[in-house]
Design a protein around this ligand. Structure first.
Ligand SMILES: C[S@@+](CC[C@H](N)C(=O)[O-])C[C@H]1O[C@@H](n2cnc3c(N)ncnc32)[C@H](O)[C@@H]1O
Length: 178
């Protein structure tokens, strides 16, 4: 499924392979389940990370997934009935009504290094505006050296780790709203 979407739009999908369970588990481990608030997932794709976020104990009613591809969003919805999935660009995060509840974490699989730079800037800026101090962004990347666009949006990096149990190995970076 990801391969089909990758062939149509390689810049937007970023990879032909789903994220591994290990990568999803490690990303989800940074979510504080004791804290109240929304978790937003960007780029749900096949749902491998969505699954691990739910396994972590995040309530279905406090998880919202942005998946731009209509086909992927439709398949995700069939895999996770009752989950809120919007087939929208992540840059439209500020149009979402969250019922007054804050966002505690954004978990992102967006290929920020391959998307057009102006799109990336819109996504990180719109997101940072929605976050209050202490909220986290958990992002993975296959590029180990370049600086993350989240830093341009006033977020500070609080941790980073490499997950070798993924093909290709991936780096998770965690940012916090200052
Ligand atoms: C690396 S892939 C998905 C990885 C996912 N964790 C998986 O294992 O399937 C990135 C996903 O982000 C989606 N995407 C790309 N740009 C987006 C945007 N601006 N807003 C929302 N989703 C986007 C793509 O359609 C794709 O499904």
């Amino acid at each position: 499924m990801l391969l089909h979407e990758f062939i149509k739009n390689p810049q937007s999908v970023g990879s032909v392979l789903s994220s591994s369970p290990q990568l999803g588990k490690r990303m989800a481990s940074y979510i504080d389940t004791a804290e109240d608030g929304w978790v937003i997932e960007f780029g749900g794709g096949t749902g491998s990370i969505t699954h691990e976020i739910l396994q972590r104990g995040v309530l279905k009613r406090q998880l919202l997934v942005f998946e731009k591809s209509k086909i992927m969003a439709h398949k995700l919805q069939r895999r996770f009935p009752g989950l809120k999935i919007v087939s929208e660009d992540a840059a439209r995060i500020n149009f979402v009504r969250l019922g007054g509840l804050k966002i505690k974490a954004i978990v992102s699989s967006l290929p920020l290094r391959s998307l057009p730079q102006k799109d990336v800037l819109s996504i990180v800026k719109a997101s940072a505006e929605m976050l209050s101090a202490g909220a986290k962004v958990i992002q993975f990347t296959y590029l180990f050296r370049s600086a993350s666009p989240w830093l341009d949006a006033g977020m500070r990096k609080v941790s980073s780790e490499i997950v070798w149990g993924n093909f290709p190995p991936a780096k998770i970076e965690v940012f916090e709203r200052c």
